[in-house]
Design a protein around this ligand. Structure first.
Ligand code: NDP
Length: 247
């Protein structure tokens, strides 16, 4: 892939994805990353000093009015080649577990960040994704042509839900999965691939210290997995190592 936009790159899996991409034999030519607070994004800024392909855009993705600024920056840098991959990674997980502890604001905020943001950002990126698909028309459906990768969670799988609870988070990721499926159908004519990915249970601020996977293991395998995606994977739900998950 020549270009990729990843959201939420100042820590956790987003930062890990940036590192994993730059360890590829041929890293992307342009790696657009977002963070909410540039001053606090020390690790990301240090990485950008070492790797000139990293572009950092400071944005709170709930500020939809600022998407034009992000898109214009990508268009300017990619210079008519479009954007190969949008990786909707940024997300939140409120602490509320059971129905009795679920607050209205948790539901609204979680759906806004985990579901509404990926849709609106994908909509904003669509002209750039279409452009990349046209420019790379000799490639089959893949991240080399154009793709949308939605960071989901197995907690969004309705079939795998045996524990209940986590209402806002599960609902937000189940909805994101439904959106992945629809986008995969709607954008197939333009040869833009769309999948949901579960990163595994990973030791980040969100995943906590008891998680079995470290960031590097998860993100290295996510990159391997997405680099192997083709038309047969379009509209699917996969975990970090490529295994298919039930909706
Ligand atoms: P972290 O909490 O470590 O990082 C979340 C990232 O999302 C941060 O960069 C955060 O920015 C960013 N973010 C949150 N809200 C916004 C916003 N409104 N605008 C811009 N950026 C925002 O989480 P992880 O790295 O663990 O999770 C990344 C993704 O993986 C999420 O979608 C999560 O649901 C998913 N996931 C994680 C699992 C795990 O075990 N860790 C398991 C399954 C799925 P800031 O630093 O400014 O808050």
């Amino acid at each position: 892939m020549n270009s990729i936009l990843i959201t939420g790159c100042n820590r956790g899996l987003g930062l890990g994805l940036v590192k994993a991409l730059n360890k590829l034999p041929v890293p992307p030519q342009h790696l657009f990353t977002t963070c909410r607070n540039l001053e606090q994004a020390t690790d990301l800024r240090n990485l950008a000093k070492e790797h000139s392909n990293i572009h950092i855009v400071e944005i709170d993705l709930k500020n939809f009015d600022e998407y034009d600024r992000l898109i214009n920056r990508i268009a300017e840098v990619t210079n008519d080649c479009g954007l190969n991959v949008l990786f909707n990674n940024a997300g939140i997980a409120p602490k509320s577990v059971r129905l009795g502890a679920t607050r209205h604001q948790d539901l609204v905020d979680t759906l806004q960040t985990n579901t509404v943001v990926p849709v609106m950002l994908t909509k904003a990126c669509l002209p750039l994704l279409k452009k990349a698909s046209e420019v790379n028309a000799d490639e089959c459906m893949s991240v080399k042509r154009a793709a949308i990768i939605n960071m989901s969670s197995v907690l969004g799988s309705i079939k795998s839900n045996t524990d209940g609870g986590l209402l806002p988070y599960r609902a937000s990721k189940a909805a994101l999965n439904a959106i992945t499926k629809s986008m995969s159908i709607d954008l197939a004519p333009q040869k833009i691939l769309c999948v949901s990915i579960h990163p595994g249970w990973v030791r980040t601020d969100m995943g906590g210290s008891n998680a079995p996977l470290d960031v590097s293991t998860s993100t290295t395998q996510i990159i391997e997995t997405i680099c192997q995606l083709n038309e047969s994977h379009n509209g699917g739900f996969y975990q970090y190592d490529g295994a298919e998950l039930p909706w």
